[in-house]
Design a protein around this ligand. Structure first.
Ligand SMILES: [Zn+2]
Ligand SMILES: [Zn+2]
Ligand SMILES: [Zn+2]
Length: 359
């Protein structure tokens, strides 16, 4: 694998009018203006929420019924029984007709979780702030990136909280929001959405804050969070644990096993995997390195020095899958934004991407 292109960050461009770069900057400016006014409408409480008719089915736990490796060695199975389909939530639209400074379109159809009294529970706030902090789009693009898209679900309850008790749950945001309010919403104190991220800001007249020091610090914080996700060798990831549980369950039961038999076995398997610290990366093997083994029976992949195997046969067998993860030194993987999902998890690998539930 060739090294990924490291994009310049924290830069400000002044492209000549008439060039494609100039046009690009104009597009950034137009987009940023929408996000700025959305933030103003949110902080000025000039929005209303209506509930639309759509409902979402929520599954909590899926118990596989029959499964095993197919001819290509991938784990396949029928979707099994899905529990917890009872939770259904209406979808929300946010309308901005009360906000007259700018014509904002509604943000439509997303899950808005507000508790009675307009307050979000403290634990939810913590989770949402963690999502914002560990994500490169919101972290490097800062607060303007949070108002729309996949982050609206977390952002708007925080705004509700802010109006209900003057606290967003984050000291940095509280400070910024209160300053914006008292100073009349100056653009110059809101971090530019583009300056810290990807190709930088190409708007020669960008009125938002270009703070190189904080852009660099934000980038470092994101990379640090990513490095942490590779530090799994003394504790399996949740995805690894559930793959191991499924594997043991399928090895020990046949398709004819009753629901009760599976349930009893599940309890036993859950206890067993508690003693594991890492697994052979071959999905068909998953031999464990247990907590009572001081030295590891597993060996590192010599190329990425990250993935573990119990034998050279397992490594050979798993190579087509692992090659695509891709297999590269950790620092290369950490730097490459394209390999990370918006919530800060590795794309593609998710340890074992199987065909469970047809997903
Ligand atoms: Zn800018
Ligand atoms: Zn490797
Ligand atoms: Zn193995």
């Amino acid at each position: 694998m060739s090294a990924p292109k490291i994009r310049p960050r924290g830069i400000h461009q002044n492209p000549r009018p008439g060039t494609t770069d100039f046009e690009f900057g104009q597009k950034q400016a137009a987009q940023q203006l929408i996000y700025y006014h959305t933030l103003c409408a949110a902080l000025q409480k000039k929005f209303s929420v209506s509930v639309s008719k759509g409902f979402i089915r929520k599954s909590i736990l899926t118990i596989p019924l029959s499964a095993g490796p197919d001819a290509n060695g991938r784990l396949v199975g029928d979707p099994g029984i899905t529990l917890g389909v009872l939770a259904r939530r209406p979808l929300s639209d946010i309308n901005f007709s009360e906000y007259t400074d700018f014509a904002l379109e509604s943000i439509r159809k997303f899950k808005l979780e507000i508790r009675p009294g307009g307050l979000a529970p403290q634990e939810d706030l913590e989770i949402w702030h963690n999502i914002f902090k560990n994500n490169f789009e919101t972290r490097e693009g800062n607060v303007l990136s949070c108002t729309h898209g996949s982050f609206a679900r977390e952002f708007w309850p925080i705004i509700y909280n802010y109006h209900a008790c003057g606290d967003t749950g984050d000291a940095g945001w509280n400070k910024l929001f209160n300053r914006l309010k008292s100073e009349g919403y100056p653009k110059s104190i809101i971090p530019c959405r583009y300056f810290g991220a990807h190709a930088g800001c190409w708007d020669g007249k960008c009125p938002f804050l270009h703070d190189k020091k904080s852009a660099v610090a934000n980038r470092e914080a994101v990379l640090k969070a990513r490095r942490k996700t590779f530090d799994y060798k003394h504790k399996p990831t949740p995805q690894q644990s559930s793959a191991r549980i499924r594997l043991l369950l399928n090895r020990r039961t046949g398709p004819s096993a009753s629901f009760e038999e599976r349930e009893a076995l599940m309890t036993q398997i859950h206890k067993e995997v508690k003693g594991d610290r890492a697994y052979c990366a071959n999905p068909e093997c998953m031999n464990p390195w247990t907590k009572d083994q001081i030295t590891s029976p597993l060996k590192n992949c010599s190329r990425c020095k990250f993935v573990l195997y119990c034998s050279s046969q397992c490594q050979k067998k798993d190579w087509p899958r692992h090659k695509a993860e891709p297999c590269a030194p950790i620092e290369v993987l950490v730097e490459n934004d394209d390999l990370w999902s918006p919530i800060g998890t590795r794309k593609g690998t998710e340890f074992f991407k199987t065909n469970w539930g047809g997903a």
